[in-house]
Design a protein around this ligand. Structure first.
Ligand code: CA
Length: 226
């Protein structure tokens, strides 16, 4: 089965054109003609990429993108009609990954969809989850709550280890063995220092939520999301 594209576009002519082009290229598509049903839809079904019109009848595409980003890191391509919208998208304040200006060629859009999916390949976008981590093993990158983290080698290794077993308490020695190449030459407090940096980076994204739990005298764990 092909990858699934959610098309959010209120003009039926444009939606049909996009749908036809993508299905010709082997994608599975779902169309929604307004913005408000998108969040409930994403809680039920997962999609690989979203094509999002900015001028929707019920909610602005930018606002909708922010709502989607609170829960998911799914790639988003904006459809824009106006120059002032483009400025905003290009400024990347919104969290979209790419944009296409109307009028556009359906083939160009399809090519953009493929390129973006290639770029984000290996990431997983669990549906309905919140504050999740997406790990891209090949790039050694982790996305947290929709934002890419800038991690050092050890921070990456630590976080990857935690995400494999949420709730499990790892001792400093275990973390050292799992994450360091030469554990015997490092000190316990090295782990603490890296955890501290990692925490700061996560808190910069979610100031009210610290996903790493300290267990005094035992070690650290990743908070299990409800
Ligand atoms: Ca529109």
């Amino acid at each position: 089965m092909g990858q699934k594209v959610l098309i959010v576009e209120d003009e039926p002519g444009i939606a049909d054109t996009i749908q036809y082009a993508l299905e010709t290229d082997g994608f599975e598509t779902v169309c929604l003609a307004s913005g408000l049903p998108v969040i409930p839809f994403l809680l039920r079904e997962s999609v690989d990429i979203i094509i999002l019109d900015i001028g929707l009848p019920d909610i602005n595409g930018f606002e909708l993108c922010k709502e989607i980003r609170k829960a998911q890191a799914v790639p988003i391509i904006f459809l824009t009609a106006r120059a002032n919208e483009i400025d905003k998208v290009v400024g990347l304040e919104i969290g979209g990954d790419d944009y296409v200006t109307k009028p556009f060629s359906p083939r160009e859009l399809s090519a953009r969809v493929k390129a973006l999916l290639r770029r984000t390949k290996g990431l997983s976008f669990p549906s309905g989850s919140n504050l999740t981590f997406q790990i891209d093993e090949s790039r050694k990158q982790i996305t947290y709550s929709g934002k890419l983290l800038d991690l050092s080698r050890y921070e990456y290794a630590l976080l990857k280890t935690f995400t494999r077993r949420p709730g499990h308490v790892f001792s400093r020695d275990q973390l050292m063995d799992l994450c360091w190449d030469e554990p015997e030459s490092s000190l316990d407090r090295t782990v603490d220092a890296h955890i501290k940096n990692l925490r700061n980076k996560l808190r910069a994204i979610t100031p009210d939520h610290d996903p790493i739990v300290t267990h005094r005298g035992m070690g650290y764990s990743l908070k299990e999301e409800p």
